[in-house]
Write a protein that binds this ligand. Structure first.
Ligand code: G6P
Length: 602
């Protein structure tokens, strides 16, 4: 996601920052900015789009000599990718860059606005710089003001702040988002990922949650909850490619692990105490709407299928899901009481975009669920909800799917509220479950190890059937797609109750059945479907919170209080299974043969 760099030292600061940001480009971004204090004076440059634009803007600027500098690449999540929303965020005499989410930013913003502070951006980050300056105005010393600021922050953050109140100093804090300090003789570097400093510095200290402090030439002071701490550095890795993957073997693996944190971002400011809100949606969008049509391709289509179960069940609105390439040529009947929803990770998929244009020509209102702001599909739609997954590098989609499903679940509650189809008690149960999702997405080492061990038994055979019912049927489709995409083994997703109408003829010991067996939804039904397969000697791998004695292999999931928590946990298991099988087969996990991340042709 976003990237941070910082530098204290005599070298040309602009160059160090821009080169560092360049190394973080792989994380994805849609705007960038730098701020420098030299000779006690602050200067900043921001630009939308690629770093080249920022380089051009800052072309005439030189910043040698003593001073401090910070830089940032931003991937829009709260607010559009505009220059005003780009970091560093500006106060009267200070600048801040931030990764993560300030969960209580609304409350802080209201408080500051009441004191007359004027906000320029739509971001949560801007509160940090104003809060700091407010504390200075109240008479605190700069470091005390910084400490008092971070004490007020709730959420996840990696923060660098510079101020004319303390030239040559960088204030830093970390909680939940990565940050490191790197050293090379007298020079001090900061970065959100070590790729930015490999080649410049030799040693680094990786901050822990709850740590903060300040750095100035020749001095770095580090504090934690228990007071001041010594800094013990370690050598920086030499391998940049490995560092880009945060130490994971593949981007896909990194992205599976990231799901727990990005889903919080998806929910931020939308899942409130007693309801779901989408600030970005005009309430009029749903007026006169009596049906929904969802259109998408690939993994996004599977998210759509999942959403349809939720929307019909809880928001009581008829919902059809269509594969975009089919929809385009079927001469569909489109009526203006239908809201047309497109789902796309990239926002550029040709078939989905064309389907959207068709719906618009037919006079339908449109909403896109997308991960890329300003993409063609977002621009073409009447309204958009961003999934906030951050860039996804692995061709096989993982975190994009998780966040799409989350948005659809949130939309269900949002519509349920509007349409009065949800009892207050049900709404509370759903909201509680939603808040527990980040935990359900955490990958335990034990689970990963178990899947790794099991995977060796699933490298042959004549095919895989992923089976599930209800919400778990689209998950079965998605699980099978993951396996196909990266292992090149034949896999199908099937509704469990439908196996007896044909596919059961294939059952033998070489047919691998991955059974999705949630405790909270139709457990007895799926159990008898699996029993039928087991009786025909199919090899069964059951994924369930409940041990199933007829299973040849069993992967236990933790949650069984709510179907969506079981859904998300099982999703992680199916992603991991595909990953481990693919690795054992020696395939290129991130760039599988014949596939592209974004398909912009028909
Ligand atoms: C490609 C990708 C898939 C993706 C599909 C739809 O085939 O390889 O992972 O699900 O396109 O892409 P979209 O960007 O519209 O979600």
């Amino acid at each position: 996601m976003c990237g941070i760099v910082g530098y204290i030292g005599p070298q040309e600061k602009k160059k160090i920052l821009l080169d560092g940001l360049q190394e973080l480009e792989y994380r994805g971004y849609d705007s960038a900015g730098i701020a420098v204090i030299a000779d006690g004076k602050l200067q900043h440059f921001k630009a939308v789009g690629k770093l080249k634009n920022l380089r051009e803007k800052a072309a005439g600027f030189r910043s040698e000599g003593p001073g401090a500098a910070i830089g940032h690449t931003r991937w829009a999540t709260h607010g559009k990718p505009t220059e005003l929303n780009a970091h560093p965020h500006v106060g009267a005499f200070s600048y801040v860059v931030h990764n993560g989410i300030i969960e209580n930013y609304r409350e802080l913003k209201e408080e500051l606005e009441a004191k007359g502070v004027r906000f320029l951006s739509q971001t949560d980050t801007e509160t940090v710089v104003h809060l700091f300056e407010q504390k200075i105005k109240e008479g605190l010393e700069p470091f005390d003001a910084f400490k008092a600021t971070i004490d007020r922050l709730e959420g996840a953050y990696a923060i660098l702040l510079i101020s004319e109140a303390a030239p040559e100093t960088i204030f830093f804090a970390k909680n939940g988002s990565p940050l490191l300090i790197a050293f090379d003789a007298e020079e001090i570097y900061f970065a959100s990922s070590d790729t930015a400093v490999i080649g410049h510095a030799k040693e680094a200290y990786y901050l822990e949650d709850g740590e903060y402090g300040y750095a100035r030439p020749g001095e770095v002071r580090l504090f934690g909850p228990g007071g001041e701490k010594p800094i013990s550095t370690q050598p920086l890795p030499a391998d940049k490619a490995m560092a880009q993957k945060d130490g994971y073997r593949f981007f896909m693996e990194k992205e599976i692990y990231e799901q727990s944190t990005v889903i919080s971002d998806t929910m931020l400011g939308r899942v409130l105490e007693d309801r779901v809100e989408f600030e970005e949606l005009d309430p009029g969008l749903f007026e006169g709407i009596d049906a929904i049509k969802i259109c998408a391709c690939g993994t996004s289509y599977h998210a759509g299928l999942t959403g349809a179960y939720l929307l019909e069940r809880m928001a009581k609105i008829p919902c059809q899901v269509e594969i975009a390439s089919e929809f385009r040529y079927k001469e569909p009947l489109l009526t203006p009481d239908t809201l047309f929803i497109t789902i796309s990770q990239s926002g550029e998929t040709a078939d989905t975009l064309e389907a959207l244009k068709m719906a618009k020509r037919a006079g339908l209102r449109s909403l896109s669920i997308c991960n890329v702001d300003n993409s063609s599909i977002v621009r073409e739609s009447d309204a958009a909800i961003l999934t906030r997954a951050g860039i996804e590098k692995g061709v096989a989609s993982t975190k994009a799917f998780a966040t799409q499903v989350m948005v659809l679940w949130m939309m269900t509650l949002y519509l349920g509220q509007k349409r009065g189809t949800l009892e207050a008690e049900t709404l509370q149960i759903e909201l509680d479950a939603m808040r527990r999702t980040p935990k359900a997405l955490l990958v335990e080492e034990k689970l990963h190890e178990r899947i790794h061990r099991l995977s060796k038994r699933y490298l042959h055979g004549h095919g895989f059937f992923y089976i599930g019912r209800d919400l778990f049927y689209p998950l079965a489709l998605e699980g099978a797609l993951k396996l196909k995409e990266i292992s090149y083994l034949h896999a199908e997703g099937y509704p469990a109750g439908e196996m007896k109408h044909g596919p059961i003829a294939l059952a033998d010991a070489e047919l691998f059945t991955i059974a999705l067996m949630p405790r909270t939804l139709l457990y007895d039904k799926i159990k008898s479907n699996v029993e039928e397969l087991s009786a025909r000697d199919a090899t069964i791998l059951a994924i369930s919170p409940e041990e199933f004695e007829l299973a040849d292999d069993f992967i236990r999931i933790r949650h069984a209080e709510h179907p969506m928590l079981e859904f998300f946990e099982m999703m992680v298991v199916t992603q991991m299974l595909a990953l481990e099988i693919s690795i054992r087969l020696g395939n290129d996990v991130d760039m599988p043969r014949n596939l592209a991340k974004s398909v912009t042709v028909e």
